[in-house]
Design a protein around this ligand. Structure first.
Ligand code: GRF
Length: 214
């Protein structure tokens, strides 16, 4: 059984999508703990409603990023997770934290990486007039939004798009691709070697891409 710890800071709709996939498809996976750096994160309610353990560690209570990260490791490690899922966790992680979980920590970023690392991705995509935008699930490395990309969800950018409309379209496909990658982990189809993602033993030179269906 794949043992998972999820880190959040906010709404937790991606967490919900993963919880739903586990329930619906009876994946051999269990979310052991949902950890948030914010006490008001709605994702904590989603987790508690599903009977999942929750913990809040407020980063503001620590003098340094390293100390905060060590406190998280102390909470996470007793569960011996196979996979750490960052689902809207809005803190930059220290190198020590990332190194500790290398090869077993993934993130979802709202852009077709390597395009638009960092913040305000939808706005930047609109300003550039690109034809497509989307989201990427990737392994986490010490460099922000730069680890090997596993799966991308691609959506069209429409002529009359607002930032909000585009964000909603991307969010919808996030809820497809993140549970899909967790499924691949539960099926033991994904591995990580030499900073590369392997699916079914084959190096992913390019991420797998899912296009919006409707
Ligand atoms: C998503 O847009 C994700 O791409 C980004 O943070 C947001 C989290 O949304 N990393 P939610 O909390 O899962 O609704």
């Amino acid at each position: 059984m794949l043992s998972i710890v999820v880190l959040i800071s906010g709404s937790g709709s991606n967490l919900q999508a993963i919880m739903d996939r586990i329930t619906k498809d009876k994946l051999d996976a269990k979310i052991e703990l949902v950890l948030s750096n914010r006490a008001d994160a709605y994702g904590l309610t989603r987790a508690a409603d599903a009977g999942i353990e929750t913990r809040v560690i407020d980063h503001k209570q620590f003098d340094s990023r390293e100390q905060f990260d060590q406190a998280m490791i102390k909470e996470i490690d007793p569960y011996q997770p196979d996979l750490i899922v960052l689902a809207g966790f809005m803190r930059i992680l220290s190198t020590a934290f990332v190194t500790h979980y290398t090869g077993r920590m993934i993130n979802i970023h709202p852009a077709l990486l390597p395009a638009y690392k960092g913040l305000h991705t939808h706005q930047r995509a609109l300003e550039d007039g690109v034809s497509h935008h989307g989201a990427s699930v990737h392994y986490v490395t010490a460099q922000l939004d730069s680890g090997a990309v596993i799966l991308q969800g691609r959506v069209p950018v429409l002529a009359d798009d607002t930032e909000e409309a585009l964000q909603q379209r991307v969010h919808k496909i996030e809820h497809v691709i993140y549970p899909e990658v967790v499924t691949w982990f539960a099926q033991k189809r994904l591995t990580y070697q030499n900073n590369q993602a392997l699916l079914d033993g084959e190096v992913l030179d390019q991420p797998v891409i899912i296009d919006q269906q409707d």
